[in-house]
Design a binder for this molecule. Structure first.
Ligand SMILES: Nc1ncnc2c1ncn2[C@@H]1O[C@H](COP(=O)(O)OP(=O)(O)O)[C@@H](O)[C@H]1O
Ligand SMILES: [Mg+2]
Length: 390
């Protein structure tokens, strides 16, 4: 019998090893983690990271996905990518396991986010949609293990935004009785989880605050032919372009009350094309990167000021944690906060979301809900995901 057929009680009774796979809006890499989870007391979970790494998306795959999102496409092309990604994901998991001498038989299951090709949270339930591709049954066969995927759909079915889903991980593993914590993830999009000291699950808020690296990356590609601004070095040399900053700050999403979530649909290529069209000729390239990076940090700061405690302990993850310019703006604007990269508390910043999706799959197979209604807007907590068995 496959281990995925265990009852929820049987599943939670022993230590479980899960792989988590995350591919976010940046389309930079496939983040993979292998993590051991166990339940200490009733619903008290612990984890140990066995290995984690990121494997860059091949350029052509990245380009094909961007085309699905931004260009007129065909159902055939979407379907093709759905199956192709299963093979790409399987290779990444295999590589991580082989490189770290992890026995394939030790793997109990996989949790996979998939690649978002459309995310439109919508105001009404019937305009709310989110779509992740990557064929989970194929992945289950390729890796010979149970795979849990399509996590977001169950939450949108309950009127939620289907996002963010990482907060349950933050609540379980980052919250404390004594300190106000903010988990900040700077991926393609930036999001925060507010964990006031000693808060119950119903009191936590988590939401997207605006762009993460998505605008900076797109401008770096056009202006410098580079994938990203390493370290934030280009931004650090530039100056603010007031007209551009004012234009960006008009975006209503930044000020909207949570729950809220966003994606490339709002902060994607069309916006960058408009910005470059309006500002690139009269301004220095480094000033554009500076202003976009400042704006990215400002969205984070502004949302913390509006909805959180500016004196919190901020734990940063995601690729943007490598951008020193962004972190320095946040520290300057929130002088009483303490900013740490999540590595400092034992969670690799680049694979935190992959670790979280392994945890979400652990919860699904243990019959535990994965969404937090106060965060997503869903009518009630539910067991997330679809399960593909071998
Ligand atoms: N050394 C670095 N310096 C600055 N930015 C970086 C660095 N490494 C990664 N990044 C940024 O992080 C992004 C990837 O972040 P990630 O958390 O993987 O986002 P997503 O979840 O959207 O894929 C890259 O596209 C890049 O902009
Ligand atoms: Mg990524």
């Amino acid at each position: 019998m496959s281990k995925g057929c265990l009852s929820a009680e049987e599943w939670l009774a022993e230590k479980r090893v899960l792989a988590g796979i995350m591919t976010g809006t940046s389309l930079d890499a496939i983040d993979v983690a292998v993590v051991e989870f166990f339940q200490e007391n009733e619903n008290q979970h612990r984890f140990k990271i066995i290995a984690s790494d990121s494997y860059p998306y091949e350029f052509s795959v990245k380009q094909d996905i961007l085309d699905l999102i931004h260009k007129e496409t065909t159902i055939r092309k979407v379907t093709q990518m759905h199956y192709k990604l299963a093979r790409v994901y399987a290779q990444s998991v295999k590589k991580l396991m082989q490189d770290n001498n992890i026995d394939f038989d030790s793997l109990d299951a996989i949790g996979i986010h998939g690649q978002t090709v459309w995310h439109e949270p919508g105001v009404e339930t019937d305009t709310r949609m989110t779509f992740q591709i990557g064929a989970i049954s194929s992945l289950a066969q390729l890796l010979n293990t149970t795979v849990v995927g399509n996590f977001r759909e169950a939450d949108t079915a309950l009127g939620g935004q289907g996002a963010p889903l990482i907060p349950i991980f933050d609540y379980e593993f980052l919250g404390t009785e004594t300190d106000d914590i903010i988990a900040l993830n700077i991926g393609g999009i930036s999001n925060i989880t507010l964990l006031p000291a000693g808060s119950s699950m119903d009191n936590i808020k988590a939401f997207d605050v605006g762009p993460g690296n998505v605008l900076i990356d797109a401008a770096m590609r056009v202006l410098y032919n580079k994938a990203f601004d390493d370290n934030g070095d280009v931004a650090a040399k530039g100056e603010i372009i007031p007209g551009l900053l004012e234009f960006l700050q008009q975006n209503e999403f930044i000020y909207a009350e949570p729950p809220k979530s966003t994606g490339r649909e709002m902060f994607g290529l069309p916006l960058i094309h408009k910005i470059l069209n309006d500002f690139a000729q009269q301004n220095l390239a480094r000033d554009i990167i500076h202003t976009l990076s400042y704006f990215t940090a400002w969205c984070i700061v502004h949302n913390i000021k509006l909805f959180g405690n500016p004196k919190s302990d901020i734990i940063v993850s995601g690729g943007g944690s490598h951008n020193k310019f962004i972190l320095s703006v946040i520290q300057n604007e929130l002088p009483d906060s303490r900013i740490r990269i999540s590595d400092e508390i034992g969670i690799p910043a680049d694979t935190k979301e992959a670790i979280s999706f392994a945890y979400l799959a652990y919860r699904t197979l243990g019959g535990l809900p994965g969404n937090i209604p106060s965060v997503t807007g869903a009518s009630h907590p539910t067991i997330l995901g679809l399960v593909a068995r071998i």
